[in-house]
Structure formats: C-alpha cells, structure tokens
Ligand binder design. Structure first.
Ligand code: SAM
Length: 197
C-alpha cells in the first residue's frame, strides 16, 4: 500500500484522501455509489471508464451498458494502463468515472468534448462552488443534472479495513448532450448503501 495514506498512523479515511491530492489519487469507489448512478441514468451505447483504478466502477457498470472500455494512467491491474485521459483522443458514447481530485476540471473539459452522449463524473458537491468554475465550466458547459447523495460515501485505499464514515458530500454530475439546456438538481434516495454494500 502507498504509505502516503498512513500519514497519522490512525485510520482516518477523509484525511487520507486529502493526503493524496497532489498524487495520483487512487481511491476505489464503493459499488453502491455506482449502482446509484446506474439506477437513475440510462446509458445508450458504450461506456468508457477513463480512470478505472482497480475496476471498482467498471464492474458495476457492466450491467448498465452494451460494452465497457476501461483505462487508467497507472497500472492498477485492470483495464488498459498508460492512457492519460487529459491527452486522449478516443471518443465514446458515454464517459463515466470518479476522476482524480486534482484534475477534476480537466476531466470535465475533456469529457464534455469526447463523450457523444453522456459524461457522468462523481465529484465533491463543493465542485459547484467557486468563482473560477462559475466563469468557465458552469458558464460554458453547465451539467444537465446533479444527483446529490443523501448518504455519505467513504473512500478507502484499496484493500484497507473499512471503518468510520465520510464527512464530505458527493454528487454525480451528468452532462447529457440530449438534455435541454439548464441544470436539474436531483437527490438520490437513501438506501443504496445498505442494498449494495
Ligand atoms: C479516485 S481514483 C478512482 C478510480 C476509479 N475510477 C473508481 O472510481 O474506483 C482516480 C483514478 O484516476 C487515475 N488517474 C489519475 N490521473 C489520470 C489521468 N490523467 N488519466 C487517467 N487516469 C488518471 C488514478 O490512477 C486513479 O486510479
């Protein structure tokens, strides 16, 4: 395991996520958080999980689309390694991922260009804030829907013992080329965590 996740000795998931913000930021998404997306968004065509990590999200998405393509900049033992999404020139019907925190804006810009139908990114709810994003991403390419989690997601390094609960609010941000302009704010019903954990 990458020792940067153990800065304080104790297990503090939220702090550990922040400890890695300048690095590759590898925190697998709990399956239930991806089920929540698949239950509420319909995907026509293929899905590209473009920062797939160990495949946590891809494996759930397999039930939600005709085919899944998985890649990551690093070799995490799943999908095609060595593909920098920010430099990629592939297209896909849909692009779905939990991007590295420190490159979220770049993933939005690139993803809105490369996705033929939908781009769905799992981002901190606080991504909605900020003058810079208000003047750029949200002025030029506002998401079609924001699905706010009513349950907290806790991110753990792969293989870590699961304990505690998260303190950061997350949401699925969906850019849908077939949706009318404007942003719809929606809430994910509670229950996904218990159903899929
Ligand atoms: C927070 S993890 C999420 C992993 C996976 N999407 C999931 O939800 O379980 C972010 C992933 O982005 C990958 N990554 C970082 N920079 C990238 C880039 N420029 N292009 C593609 N993948 C990248 C990291 O290696 C890491 O696996």
């Amino acid at each position: 395991m990458d020792m940067t996740y153990n800065l304080n000795g104790g297990f503090k998931p939220t702090l550990k996520r922040f400890a890695d913000l300048s690095g590759p930021d590898f925190f697998p998404t709990p399956a239930w958080a991806t089920y929540a997306l698949a239950d509420n968004e319909h995907f026509v065509g293929d899905i590209w999980e473009c920062a797939c990590g160990n495949g946590s999200m891809s494996k759930v998405l397999e039930g939600a689309a005709r085919s899944i393509v998985s890649s990551d900049l690093y070799d995490r033992g799943y999908g095609e390694a060595g593909v920098d999404f920010l430099e990629a020139d592939w297209c896909a019907d849909n692009i779905v991922t939990n991007p590295p925190y420190n490159a979220a804006e770049g993933f939005v810009r690139k993803g809105t260009r490369l996705a033929r139908r939908k781009l769905a990114l799992l981002l901190r709810l606080a991504f909605l804030e900020g003058a810079n994003r208000a003047n750029t991403i949200f002025a030029e390419t506002p998401p079609s829907r924001v699905w706010v989690f009513s349950e907290r997601i806790t991110f753990y390094p792969a293989g870590a013992v699961r304990q505690g609960s998260g303190t950061t609010a997350y949401a699925w941000f969906v850019w849908d080329k077939d949706a009318p302009s404007g942003t719809e704010l929606k809430w994910l019903k509670p229950g996904y965590k218990a159903m899929h954990s």
